[in-house]
Design a protein around this ligand. Structure first.
Ligand code: AMP
Length: 411
């Protein structure tokens, strides 16, 4: 792979193309790393099926194009490249920044993608079989589409590589960690890092002096405790099943349940995998939906008791997780809510916070209700511990860190 980085590159007027590639989707955004502003963004979805399409948003206007066979990631990127060319935007792009889910213990920093790094990402697929192979597809497609540009990997696990051993070791034989990497890694790192940095700005002190707990509540959920600006524990583990309950994932389980399902109820291992990853969480408990909005509507408008139970268990487990992480700190500046649910559901936030009064959390109901739909702000009551809603922006972190890496490579 050839990636020439000019000795005299000036990144001030350049943009980073941020790519987040899933098995059947590619999210992309052209971002100014200094301001976080996105000039063009979009989503290719239903890839590898005849419904494959790509929607590109530019200057407030959205256009959707159907893909031709073979309906794959390369087809989607070919349309993106041709649109970028037509709009005269290609020359402003100085690198492609890729979200890569699992970087294992090797990668705790933004990394220029070389053949060796690609191989490592491929090997790490055994720890993230659903994600790393898809991320690699995106990397390969972008290498073809943007052959002159450096490709940079930003790992979702990287922010959590500062966790101490006591936080990442499971109560299993140590040899499983030494020989097979069985340990806790954590995910959503770029999101936790971004919102922690924004909270530090609110506190008007350097991130390195901040002690925070952040709750990323989306379809996937995780709680992270940040001490002196560094992640010291997080609820997602070796895989994204551990921790709090999520949209379709169970979160923490008694491992004995798996033996019971297999030995007494005839489940295969694939059935169990599907059950805990795709059929549990809000969807499993409610039997209605994994979507928080749909459950709130069912609970509040139709008085649906299963929807209420699912949301109640969800909030209780998150509150317990937040409270347990206070054990990692000697002082706590505040709590951050982010992710689709954290940023939008005033009901969920209220349920969680009312179970944390021992930590001196309390919400201002008006501020809580007003801070939704992309708004950020402090929602705590007077005299209570700070609690913020902060809209996450993982793409900006990827753009910013990619640009920073280019600057160091340029020296
Ligand atoms: P994410 O994975 O971060 O995109 O978040 C998806 C989750 O956010 C889904 O459960 C949505 O139902 C939830 N969500 C988005 N908007 C709202 C809203 N206005 N109220 C409650 N939940 C919402």
């Amino acid at each position: 792979m050839t990636q020439q980085i000019s000795q005299s590159q000036d990144f001030t007027d350049k943009e980073i193309l941020v790519i987040n590639c899933g098995s059947s989707s590619v999210k992309f955004s052209l971002i100014n790393p200094a301001t976080g502003e996105s000039e063009l963004s979009g989503l290719a979805q239903c890839l590898l099926s005849s419904d494959a399409n790509i929607t590109i948003k530019y200057q407030g206007e959205k256009k959707t194009y159907n893909l031709a066979a073979p309906f794959d990631h390369q087809c989607a990127l070919a349309i993106l490249v041709s649109q970028l060319q037509q709009l005269g935007l290609v020359k402003s792009i100085c690198a492609v920044g890729h979200r890569v889910v699992h970087g294992g213990e090797q990668y705790s920093e933004p990394t220029l993608i070389t053949n060796e790094v690609e191989q490592a990402i491929s090997q790490l697929a055994k720890l993230a079989p659903l994600h790393n192979p898809a991320n690699l597809i995106g990397i390969k497609a972008c290498q073809q589409a943007f052959s002159d540009l450096p490709q940079i990997a930003i790992f979702d696990t990287a922010f959590h590589q500062t966790m101490p051993e006591k936080a990442y070791i499971y109560g299993l034989p140590y040899s499983l960690y030494q020989e097979h990497g069985v340990r806790r890694y954590g995910f959503h790192g770029t999101s936790h890092y971004f919102v922690a940095k924004q909270a530090a700005k609110q506190l008007a002190k350097p991130l390195e002096q901040c002690n925070l707990i952040s709750a990323h509540l989306g379809n996937g959920c995780s709680v992270t405790v940040i001490k002196d600006g560094k992640s010291v524990d997080t609820s997602l583990g070796m895989t994204p099943v551990e921790g709090v309950m999520m949209g379709t994932r169970s979160g923490d389980l008694d491992a004995g349940i798996i033996f019971h399902l297999v030995e007494q109820l005839g489940y295969s291992i694939t059935d169990v995998d599907n059950l805990v990853n795709k059929k549990s969480g809000l969807l499993g408990v409610s039997g209605i939906s994994n979507d928080c909005r749909a459950l709130e509507t069912a609970m509040l408008e139709d008085n649906n008791s299963q929807a209420k139970l699912a949301l109640t268990v969800f909030c209780y487990r998150i509150a317990k997780s937040i409270a347990s992480y206070s054990a990692s700190l000697t002082s706590l500046d505040g709590l951050i809510f982010t992710g689709g649910i954290g940023e939008n559901s005033s009901w969920v936030r209220q349920q969680i916070i009312q179970q944390l009064s021992l930590l001196n959390f309390a919400l201002d109901p008006d501020k809580n209700l007003a801070t939704r739909f992309g708004a950020s702000g402090n929602i705590s009551a007077d005299n209570a511990r700070d609690c913020w809603v902060i809209a996450t922006n993982e793409e900006w972190v990827i753009a910013e860190q990619s640009a920073q890496l280019l600057t160091t490579l340029d020296k």
